[in-house]
Ligand binder design. Structure first.
Ligand code: UDP
Ligand code: MG
Length: 326
């Protein structure tokens, strides 16, 4: 039986401290798997350099031209983890039967790759890597992440709990993914939307091997807000609801104050006035901000800018490319 061609895609942004070790470990695993004949000898590691400012590309380039297993894709500028990943997936699917995406910092247990491939052979088109424990992440990261998953679930977005971007996708699934043309792709939300037979494998998430996180708080918040507003209009509905409620309440209070004016004695009124101005003003600003967020999204979509630009593509190094006929 012919074994599947596997490509492992690794997005890298300023990862020089950890990259050599990551490469070594992944290379060992891949060559072992090729030797055991679990995967085809055409299988590759594809490192995507997301516009790094350090020597990340030099490391990738050197390995690419020296050996058979490592390949590189250099993007023209930094486009963020999600887009770098897409660049890798779309590039890899030209040659591979299935593609696994993994971070460069070895936080995800690479031995699970064997389980991914086993599941693929059983006929699964998408396999999610799920963290069974998150002890290595900080308390803050864990609780905020948990809150995020809960909010997304409540809003009806079908996320795989505790799954980040460690997953296997078949060539077919990636081809379907390519049809989602929105510019702000939140992969964790989109991939479950595609459908296909899917399953999960479990592993323990470790600490970053070296280097620092490329997701500081600001980026994490932006990522979460993007995730939420890309998939649901519930927040904007909530604002509408609050607006309606406050309108209703103000009617009742208005009637009450009027009755006081005619049948009782009126207050000087400063306290209630100033509180309501602040309250309503705040609510309006929140509402405006949310509407702005969605309008901003529409604005971005209408421009249809490419999600990434490729500078150097070494993926096909040493083998002819057979493009699919359209
Ligand atoms: N990354 C990227 N572009 C960026 C930021 C991050 O390609 O603009 C890569 C990074 O090199 C790593 C992966 O995305 O391989 C996940 O980043 P990181 O491990 O820093 O995130 P965390 O695990 O802390 O959430
Ligand atoms: Mg990490």
């Amino acid at each position: 039986m012919q074994q599947p061609v596997l490509t492992i895609v690794v997005p890298c942004y300023n990862e020089q401290e950890v990259l050599t070790e990551t490469m070594r470990q992944l290379k060992t695993l891949l060559t072992d798997m090729i030797q055991e004949q679990t995967i085809s000898a055409e299988s590759r590691l594809l490192f995507v350099d997301d516009g790094s400012k350090d020597s990340t590309w030099e490391i990738i380039y050197k390995e690419s031209i020296q050996g058979n297993v490592v390949r590189g894709l250099k993007l023209a500028r930094n486009v963020g983890h999600q887009n770098a990943l897409l660049a890798g997936l779309f590039s890899a699917k030209r040659m591979a039967d299935c593609v696994i995406s993994i971070d460069a910092d070895l936080q995800d247990d690479i031995e699970v790759i064997r389980d991914f491939v086993a599941k693929y052979k059983e006929g699964y088109q998408v396999v999610y890597g799920v963290r069974s424990k998150r002890d290595s992440d900080s308390f803050f990261k864990r609780t905020t992440a948990e809150g995020f998953y809960k909010i997304m679930r409540k809003m009806g977005v079908n996320l795989v709990y505790n799954h980040a971007d460690y997953r296997l996708m078949s060539k077919r699934a990636i081809e379907e993914l390519e049809r989602y043309q929105e510019s702000n792709l939140f992969l964790r939300g989109i991939v479950p939307l595609i459908g296909f037979k899917s399953t999960s494998v479990y592993y323990e998430r470790k600490e970053r091997l070296a280097g620092v996180t490329k997701y500081p708080l600001k980026k994490m918040l932006a990522f979460a807000l993007d995730g939420i507003t890309s998939f649901s209009v519930t927040p904007i509905r909530f604002v509408l609801l609050v607006g309606c409620l406050s309108f209703f309440v103000s009617l009742i209070f208005g009637a009450y104050f009027l009755s006081l004016k005619f049948f009782g004695s009126t207050e000087t009124g400063w306290t209630s006035l100033i509180t309501s101005i602040w309250l309503i003003g705040g609510l309006q600003l929140i509402g405006l901000g949310l509407v702005g967020e969605y309008i901003g999204k529409i604005y971005k979509e209408t421009k249809r800018r490419p999600k990434y630009n490729v500078d150097i593509d070494l993926f096909n190094l040493g083998r002819p490319i057979v493009e699919d006929s359209p």
